[in-house]
Design a protein around this ligand. Structure first.
Ligand SMILES: [Zn+2]
Length: 187
């Protein structure tokens, strides 16, 4: 199954990953099961794929100047997401998504509250161990909320990524049922 053409798209890399162009995603006939578990989809959610931010150690960033970086950052902001409105999710996928979203929202509220409590405590009874711990926990809530928020995206739940140039979509390690339906419907 190496480099096999499927519906005009190419399958390679990890054997079962499904690669297709952004344009093909818009017209693909979607399976009725979820990517991850191969369980019958009970809801359809919006899949919005955005380009992942480059890592600081990315040579592309190191080898360019600030103006170039700013231009690229602006370019990424201006470009909208590659979308599909009716992506299939099973109850387990939806549950994972909802749990992560709820936790992200909770931490998003808990973070500022903990910071305020820590500051009030420090003002009331002087800086102490408890105030320090609460402050640190408050700060930790922000990155944790961000990670959970990112993990709650349909793209993360379904393990789908978009190439940096936004032309290629990869569905990583689809379930057998999803892969079979995909290939049958998009041959
Ligand atoms: Zn699922």
């Amino acid at each position: 199954m190496f480099m096999k053409k499927v519906g005009g798209s190419v399958v390679n890399a990890a054997e079962h990953d499904i690669s297709l162009s952004s344009g093909e995603l818009a017209s693909a006939v979607l399976p009725d099961v979820c990517v991850r578990h191969g369980i019958a989809a009970t809801s359809r959610q919006e899949l919005a794929l955005t380009v992942r931010k480059r890592m600081p150690d990315d040579p592309m960033i190191l080898n360019t100047n600030v103006v170039g970086m700013a231009a690229r950052a602006r370019e990424q902001l201006v470009q909208g997401a590659v979308k599909r409105e009716d992506w299939p999710l099973c109850p387990r996928c939806a549950s994972t998504r909802n749990t992560n979203m709820l936790l992200a929202k909770t931490l998003g509220v808990a973070g500022p509250v903990l910071l305020v409590v820590a500051v009030v405590l420090a003002i009331a009874s002087g800086p102490g161990a408890l105030a320090g711990v609460l402050f640190a926990l408050g700060l930790l809530c922000f990155p944790a909320a961000l990670v959970l928020g990112l993990n709650s995206r349909v793209a993360a739940v379904s393990r789908i990524t978009l190439s940096q140039d936004r032309t290629q979509v990869v569905i990583h390690e689809p379930s057998q049922a999803f892969e079979q339906q995909w290939r049958a419907r998009n041959a």
